[in-house]
Design a protein around this ligand. Structure first.
Ligand code: HEM
Length: 499
């Protein structure tokens, strides 16, 4: 009986303690006189997330509610206190000018217990900088040119799979594009980052794709995830991992096998993995380890696969709904290819200027990564105010909300590539369009994603006209549960062979 009472008291005390800690956390912005919505216990300001609204919609609405009233507002991402910036000048300060205050993303990693989590995406300052310097040469224009034929090979398989789907697909309903394009992106990244033929285009259940999808998002529920991000040192001491064990083991094994094979046979391939192997075998004071190679190859997958494939799918969706844009784009593709005697080369791709506009507008209307984060490593006084962004505070940069702000993009629901004509771009502040973030931690894969998407689009457009079907959702419904932007029910479109 006594022990039962002790247990009840202990639980009550723990709950009371947790409640008091949360109450203190949630009074943070009120105590400092910063505008914010009153948070709900545990959920903070995102109670509707996963139930009635996608996260990017919640942030977009929050931004619009306070725009014009303040340059920054308090925002609770579950139990995580953050400051959400509305003002372009201040965004520029955080990402670029005063970057030394905000060098980290503040996302969780655990190098010891979960080595694949320690990638440049998550690493903190010194470790991040070291790795970024080593990896940057992998993404030059020269390297993209080199990888061009490998990507074209996979895109050729994409067209074959589309042909089969076209022949067997229902005319009424069309085919589900998001899945086919995702398999294309998996195969491209598997090939260039891991040196593997993943074959997921032909075999949708390929282990590589399954493991990759299991690796993101986090294996824990949002509450534990929020705890990991808010108290990373404690979480690391407790051995908390971001990934399931089998995901880490799978990627460590395949990288070890491929690296050993290449080293034994002296195989050289011009891909990301080769560069990582060179770094491992370099004479520098700190060559990278097998675990580090795996973590970096793995992040190309988690950061590159869904972002590129969803952008490409959303682009095809818009092209199906905007036939004039599609026709104009196809005319450009055909005209450039004719000039290059039908040969699709890296140089030919770079001449497709309307394609650039279409892609930019796609990434404006669909900001797959709807926000990015920075964590302050020292106190930062917000210029011309007496407010301080305290050390340890997370800053939210609302990428999607900026792209939907009618002040910068009038009539934001409209798909209009001409927003990206040189004269229109010149009129806008560069901070109003940041699909890849900005500053030293800007996306490292910009050129690579462009390569994957453009090659895929060219190969599709020269063979097929893309059309909507009865099943195409207009407007498109978005997944409520994803951190990234993704469709809820798939993207159904129809293809018509071009003679
Ligand atoms: C359309 C496709 C893509 C979009 C929209 C996108 C968007 C982003 C954004 C918004 C960030 C955060 C930047 C910041 O915090 O300032 C980011 C970071 C990153 N992305 Fe991408 N990304 C794309 C494709 C890729 C690809 C293909 C790769 C890899 C090959 C990649 C690798 C990374 C990495 C490693 C980071 C972290 C960089 C660092 O902290 O140093 N991304 N991306």
């Amino acid at each position: 009986m006594d022990s039962l009472l002790v247990s009840i008291y202990s639980i009550a005390l723990i709950l009371l303690g947790a409640y008091l800690i949360l109450r203190r956390r949630y009074s943070y912005w009120a105590d400092r006189g910063v505008l914010h919505d009153k948070p709900k216990l545990i959920f903070g300001n995102i109670r509707e997330f996963g139930r009635t609204k996608a996260l990017f919609i919640i942030i977009r609405e929050y931004y619009m509610k306070y725009k014009g009233k303040a340059k920054y507002v308090g925002f609770y991402l579950f139990i995580r206190r953050t400051i959400l910036i509305l003002d372009l000048e201040l965004i520029k300060n955080v990402l670029i000018k005063d970057y030394e205050y905000f060098p980290n993303r503040g996302t969780y990693y655990n190098e010891k217990d979960d080595p694949i989590s320690a990638s440049i995406m998550h690493l903190d300052y010194e470790k991040w900088r070291n790795m970024r310097v080593k990896l940057t040469p992998t993404f030059t224009s020269g390297k993209m040119k080199f990888m061009f034929p490998t990507v074209v090979d996979v895109a050729t398989q994409l067209v074959e799979v589309m042909r089969d789907a076209h022949e067997s697909g229902s005319f009424e309903m069309g085919i589900e594009f998001e899945d086919i394009i995702a398999r294309y992106a998996v195969d491209v990244i598997g090939s260039v980052a891991f040196g593997l033929s993943c074959n997921s285009l032909k075999n949708p259940e390929a282990e590589f794709k399954v493991m990759g999808e299991k690796g993101f998002p986090c294996k824990h529920n949002w509450l534990v995830h929020s705890f990991m991000n808010s108290y990373p040192n404690l979480a690391r001491k407790l051995g908390v991992k971001y990934h399931f064990d089998d995901v880490g083991e799978f990627f460590l094994r395949i990288v070890r096998e491929t690296v050993t094979y290449r080293e034994k046979t002296g195989t050289q391939r011009k891909d990301f993995l080769n560069l990582l192997i060179d770094l491992k075998n370099s004479d520098t004071a700190d060559p990278i380890t097998m675990e580090q190679i795996t973590a970096q190859a793995y992040v190309f997958f988690t950061a590159g696969f869904e972002t590129s494939s969803c952008t490409m799918s959303f682009c095809l969706y818009e092209l199906a709904l905007n036939q004039m844009v599609q026709n104009k784009l196809r005319e450009e593709v055909m005209e450039v290819l004719t000039r290059y005697e039908g040969k699709f080369t890296y140089e030919a791709m770079n001449e497709m200027k309307y394609m650039e506009k279409v892609l930019n507008e796609t990434m404006r209307k669909y900001s797959i990564v709807p926000f990015t984060l920075r964590r302050a490593i020292k106190d930062y006084v917000i210029p011309n105010t007496n407010h301080v962004i305290e050390k340890g505070m997370d800053v939210v940069i609302p990428i999607d909300a900026l792209h939907y702000d009618p002040e910068y993009f009038p009539n934001p629901e409209e798909f209009n590539p001409e927003r990206f004509s040189a004269s229109e771009v010149e009129k806008r502040d560069s901070m109003s369009y940041i699909p890849f973030g900005d500053g030293p931690r800007i996306c490292i894969g910009i050129r690579f994603s462009r390569l994957v998407i453009m090659i895929g689009l060219v190969m599709i457009l020269r063979n097929y006209r893309i059309l909507p079907t009865k099943k195409t959702e207009i407007p498109l419904q978005f997944s409520l549960r994803k951190f990234f932007m993704g469709s809820r029910n798939g993207i159904y479109l129809r293809t018509e062979k071009i003679s």
